[in-house]
Design a protein around this ligand. Sequence first.
Ligand code: GCB
Length: 600
Amino acid sequence: MKILKLAMLCTIVQVTALFSLDAKNNIIQNVSARKYKSLDGVWQIIIDPLENGFYNHSLKPRKNGYFKNEKIKNPDDLIEYNFDHSYQLNVPGDWNTQMEKLYYYEGCIWYKKSFDYREEINGRVYVHFEAVNYECKVYLNGQHLGDHVGGYTPFSFEVTELLQKTDNFLIVKVKNSRRREGVPTINTDWWNYGGITRSVKLLELPNLFIQDYAIRLSKNEANVIEGWVQLNGDNLSADVEVSIPELKKKINIRTNENGFATFKVKSAIERWSPENPKLYKIKLVTDRDVLEDEVGFKRIEVRGTDILLNGKPIFLKGISIHEEAPFGGGRVTTPEQCRILLNWAKELGCNFIRLAHYPHGEHMVKQAEKMGFLIWSEIPVYWTVLFNNNGTYQNAENQLEEMITRDKNRVGIGLWSVANETPVNEERLAFLKKLIAKARSLDNTRLITAALNSQKGQGNNIIIDDQLGKHVDVIGINNYCGWYSKKPGECGALSWQNKFDKPVILSEVGAGALVGLHGAVNERWTEEYQAEVYRHNLRMVENIEFVQGLSPWILTDFRSPRRNLRHIQMDYNRKGLISDSGIKKEAFYILQQYYKEKVD
Ligand code: GCB
């Protein structure tokens, strides 16, 4: 297995100062535009709660674990597992909603996919996983390829040397046991959907291939497009042509001995915005590789308490979204499901979506920017992760880096969020400051944010003074007036003060309602109560001049094991404006009306 060479890493680090985007990890950019063979479909699985396929009775790793896929040769052989006579699951997909007995399961499952590979290999082949929750070990034909931790970002391993014409077996040991030191930690308010939740591909790449590239509007020079290209392979010095046909631009560059080159070109450019989600086709060509993408150009910045998009103040009419499939739950697995969610957000009148609380799939991001949504993308540093643990920090930083590496060319991304509702203390401040610095070093063209619930209240006065506010560009505030505190009718009278001269997005506000349950406005769980909470909170928003957007909690009901009120919740957080069965609640129309009347 080849991974990026150290020399390449060094060059990229040097160039960081120039371009602020690096590609330290081995993520391969824009996989859906490459030649690939899909490994999606039915996989054989073995449910292994004791990790017996990995550890022996003395808890020592086995030499011949399940990853060997052994078969008996003689009738008296003893092998106590057999993938071919086991259960099956679909990939992509979570295991919890595919098999009743796995609904609450948190533990280890082995996945196996057999395949032939009769194609002539003229270059290199990588196995690419778009996401596996939460951690995994990957084996091909009995050989360990590598491990990955973090349930929402992509990773790949080279398999060129290991592929056989027939009877390949790819085995993945997946584990979604919650860990105190994990990111997220053991306590969340969403379902811990386990499994190979996104697609798996065998990427067919030339010997020298375009591994990664960045392209965007220069932050410092007007009407300048800039970027870089990173090749992977031997003899890394090569000619690359970057073209943007619609702008009639062709840029010819030559990569250095580490496969790296930057480019820059001046051009009149139509800016991307929610009203005009303009994308340009681009093409990167070497004598061995051709890659196409669609990219857009925008500038987002802050000035005092304003958010400026392409130089003009914008009010972000948003909604928060979990990666929960419409009509029945489970992880989103298809572009069609993304479209349904995004069409609902459009119908609501949104120009902004908060993709909570972890990086969503690439389909979602790509589709969203095409439809004109500005996007908040987040890593699962949620609640009380172990801020004093170095391993936890490394894990969070790695997930941040994988998220930014994957989506840096997605013009729709406006904000990177490093955390949600973290407790105020020194260790957390140090941890998040470091993450913020990392995010800025990877991408200085997006705004950095975090959702805080640390505002202090006394009577009707609320003050935002969390020291983290100093370090982010935009302060996200989660506030549940009328639900977790106060009566709905009291929210309109709240008076907010912000210690920082920075914009605030009300990143969460909301209330629960069971669709179809009707009653008085003071009866919890009714649609009327939820609508009342929205009415009063929207009145409150109108009184806070530094609020430049909102993403109420949440577009649809979503599964959460915290929600145990059987007759109402049935394992669902009911704060959705739309039920898990796709029915709109009264509050949907309240917010829709507000967005209709609100000037951007
Ligand atoms: C929050 C969390 C979100 C929860 C929500 C709730 O503040 O950020 O993940 O789901 O509250 O419904 O309690």
